[in-house]
Design a protein around this ligand. Structure first.
Ligand code: ADP
Length: 509
């Protein structure tokens, strides 16, 4: 792969990347099936991975077929049943995860560089994601040893009721591009801790980070077939295979609501365990009792992380009348000061959008709001001088309910602001959506804090806080934002079955 990258560099398309420290060492150009680095069975077909900041080709990975994915499922099944995995104790699995964690830590700079190169994420954020993603490996290494069962007092004198948790078997993990590493470790860490084996299907936009992290799992001594990575730019038929295969016992998906619904529907026949982390439409409410400086800090962190491309990003800002001008004025100054550019720049805060589809969506939403008489007080246009996928950080006020910005997730650097009069109106508007992932509000009024935290129809609430994700906390949504929880002690639940064993005819006298 290094040779291939150098070749690309000689053509001049990725010079800056090759100057980055250690970039080549972990980059793979093969998929991982049954412990072997393999090509596509379709005439070694590949697809290109591009840097969204400049369009440069930074790698090629196998375009795996349905037959290849089937081989990965077979390998995962065989590994699940093999002594090398099944006979391991919880402590053994924990130790393997700890080794993986250590290697990721040692290679954090390289992984971050790969991540920035393929996702456009500013390098400081990529480093943050590597630490965050690795926290899941560490957390689940610890949780592996605490998958406790129960002994329940029986109503019969000659019986004992024993409850144990057992791994479900093979799990298919489908992950997005916005957190190319953390969405894999959050799922795979839990699955492996539970004793499952996995087939990972990373996003076609960010397969290199996935393969790099998988390589470290192999180096850590995780047995062959336990983690398989299938790269493809034709996700649908492989997703369909995961849903239909009787050997895949669970699917964990993070991505769009549309694809999540499809997977939910298609896995009904096989009664699969399914964990879905789908899109949000997060409200961010600023009450008149808020500390406005804190609220502006939280708004910047929540909205502009990864160029607004996170499912927990604030999507609709509701600001109370009496603090409206102050909040909007301060926010505007901060947004104007954002440093935009190629994520490899050390001080860059806003990189490009991931791809053309995403770019068109963001600019389309802003144009839709403009046509519906919303006020664009900052930005509102592409930045072609920076690159074809850059969009100006934008603030839109007086967004009408008919605008797409109001009802749909923009997934871009666009702040939509809506004015409100009182708490009742704010909560009602915040809940007026079929999504329910995260919600944020700023208030220094204790009574209001508890009232509103309880009433928001979301899975996660940030109170006076704009960044809430943590390995220790349960991540997930309500309504159409998903089912299941990831991270925390609950993150294991999707990968275990509860088995009740009735011990009968016992004689105690
Ligand atoms: P986004 O809009 O964030 O790209 P997607 O839901 O399209 O979200 O993609 C998230 C993940 O789901 C990616 O790995 C993508 O390849 C995969 N994916 C897309 N379509 C399907 C599908 N029909 N079946 C299974 N996976 C899919």
């Amino acid at each position: 792969m290094w040779r291939q990258l150098s070749g690309v560099a000689r053509t001049g398309s990725s010079l800056s990347l090759c100057r980055m420290r250690g970039f080549s060492a972990l980059v793979q150009d093969k998929a991982l099936v049954d412990g072997a680095w393999v090509d596509s069975s379709n005439a070694k077909a590949t697809f290109e991975v591009r840097n969204p900041a400049n369009g440069a080709v930074i790698g090629k990975v196998p375009n795996m077929t349905v037959a290849d994915a089937q081989k990965a499922i077979d390998a995962a099944k065989q590994a699940y049943e093999s002594k090398e995995w099944r006979s391991l104790t919880a402590k053994d699995r924990s130790n393997l995860l700890k080794k993986w964690h250590k290697l990721i830590e040692q290679h954090s700079q390289e992984i971050a560089e790969i991540m920035t190169a393929e996702s456009g994420k500013p390098i400081n954020e990529s480093k943050g994601e590597v630490a965050y993603g690795n926290a899941f490996v560490e957390w689940f290494a610890e949780e592996a040893r605490r998958i406790y069962g129960e002994i329940v007092p029986s109503a019969s004198p000659n019986r004992e009721i024993i409850v144990m948790k057992q791994p479900i078997g093979v799990a298919a993990l489908i992950t997005p591009w916005n957190f190319p590493m953390a969405m894999i470790t959050r799922k795979a860490g839990a699955a492996l801790a539970a004793g499952c084996t996995v087939v990972v299907k990373p996003s076609e936009d960010t397969p290199l980070t996935a393969l790099a992290v998988a390589k470290l799992a192999v180096d850590a001594g995780i047995p062959k077939g336990v983690i398989n990575v299938v790269t493809t730019n034709k996700a649908a038929p492989i997703g369909d295979l995961f849903c239909k295969s009787p050997d895949v016992r669970g699917i964990s998906f993070t991505g769009s609501t549309e694809v999540g619904k499809l997977l939910f529907r298609n896995s009904a026949d096989g009664i699969k365990r399914i964990c879905l982390e789908l899109g949000g439409n997060a409200p961010f409410i600023v009450f008149d009792s808020a500390d406005i400086e804190k609220a502006v800090d939280g708004a910047m962190a929540s909205k502009f992380r990864n160029c607004g491309q996170t499912c927990v990003s604030a999507n609709r800002f509701f600001v109370q009348d009496s603090v409206y001008d102050k909040f909007v004025g301060q926010l505007k100054k901060r947004v104007e000061a954002l440093k935009i550019g190629d994520g490899q720049g050390c001080d860059v805060q806003i990189g490009p959008l991931i791809n053309e589809m995403q770019f068109n969506k963001v600019s389309g939403f802003v144009e839709d709001a403009r046509s519906k008489k919303a006020n664009i007080i900052l930005g509102g246009q592409p930045l072609p001088d920076k690159g074809s996928l850059f969009y100006a950080p934008t603030i839109v006020t007086d967004v009408p309910p008919s605008a797409q910005l109001y009802s749909e997730e923009v997934f871009g650097p666009v702040v939509s602001i809506i004015r409100f009069r009182d708490e009742e109106e704010a909560v009602k508007k915040a809940n007026d959506t079929r999504r329910g992932l995260a919600g944020y509000f700023y208030s220094e009024n204790l009574q209001q804090v508890f009232r509103v935290a309880k009433r928001l129809e979301v899975g996660m609430v940030g109170v006076n806080e704009g960044i809430i994700s943590a390995a220790e906390a349960p991540f997930g949504g309500v309504k159409e934002s998903g089912v299941g929880r990831e991270g925390s002690k609950h993150g294991i639940d999707d990968y275990v079955d509860i088995k009740y064993i009735c011990m009968g005819n016992l004689k105690y006298d």
